[in-house]
Design a protein around this ligand. Structure first.
Ligand SMILES: [Zn+2]
Ligand SMILES: [Zn+2]
Length: 279
């Protein structure tokens, strides 16, 4: 069977991409994509964990720059999720408050506006008030240093679970961070109970990632997704436009865990919107 192969060595990947080559598993080599009629192309529709200049670090990209990047990789939907105010230089409350007036479609790309809110204490409280959270399309709750000090796996897991109890939290961000160890079994069960998504964060899994070796936790989460038939979300966590829609390493992990497409919400903006609406 042939499938689009993403390799960890970026040279091979870039070469293959530039020449529209795909990995033919049967013959163990890259072959031209055009020669494979049954090739199941990767058609992601959306990426909703992305950062603009409003996050205060890592990028000078405006929302328009991000939309152009999303359009260039054929995304139908883009979500902007800047860091909450507890992050040094992160988005101000007024920025998040005004997102509800932002355009719902830009350059033909459907827009969602959210936040990557900081969990600020072990009770799972966030750095944005409920009335702001309520006005957003979705809320990612994450733990970042130095806003949060890592605890034990048991403590970190409980902190995430406490954050999930907030009815406006829809996604837990990069819970694979080795600095904040977790019990993935317990966290997954809580995610199902509170109808929250756990993301598979591409920047965590990237060889250039700074969250340690996150593969074990991500693979456990992906296997639990299959076992319980409960969806997950790929996130680029792109700071700026360069990685928008890039799920190279998340997809590698999902392939290893044999996660069916219907459980990866990035393939369907309809499925994602239905999930968010049910919350
Ligand atoms: Zn984050
Ligand atoms: Zn982020």
């Amino acid at each position: 069977m042939a499938y689009q192969h993403r390799v960890y060595g970026t040279d091979g990947m870039n070469h293959a991409r530039a020449n529209n080559m795909v990995w033919d598993d049967t013959h163990g080599k890259f072959v031209p994509a055009a020669g494979l009629s049954a090739f199941p192309a990767e058609r992601y529709e959306l990426d909703i964990h992305t950062h603009t200049i409003a996050s205060g670090h890592g990028s000078s990209a405006t929302i328009t720059d991000m939309v152009k990047a999303a359009k260039a990789c054929n995304l139908k939907m883009l979500g902007i999720s800047d860091h909450g105010p507890a992050t040094l230089g992160g988005g101000r409350v007024s920025y998040f408050r005004n997102l509800k007036y932002a355009q719902r479609e830009r350059l033909g790309v459907k827009m969602l506006y959210g936040a990557e809110a900081n969990i600020i204490n072990s009770k799972g409280n966030l750095d944005l008030s409920d009335d702001i959270l309520k006005s957003l399309d979705y809320v990612i709750a994450s733990m970042h240093q130095p806003v949060m000090k890592p605890g034990s796996a048991e403590e970190n897991t409980q902190t995430y679970i406490n954050a999930m109890k907030n009815p406006y939290v829809t996604i837990i961000g990069h819970c694979d961070d080795t600095k904040f160890p977790i019990d993935p079994f317990k966290l997954f069960a809580a995610a199902m109970k509170h109808r929250v998504l756990l993301e598979i964060n591409n920047s965590s899994l990237s060889p250039e990632g700074y969250r340690g070796d996150t593969r074990f936790t991500d693979l456990v989460i992906l296997n639990l997704s299959v076992h319980f038939n409960y969806p997950v979300l790929f996130s680029s966590d792109s700071h700026g436009k360069s990685h928008v829609g890039d799920f190279t390493y998340a997809a590698d992990a999902a392939r290893l865990a044999k996660v069916p497409r219907n459980l990866i919400l990035n393939y369907s903006s309809k499925a994602l919107l239905a999930f968010l609406a049910e919350k």
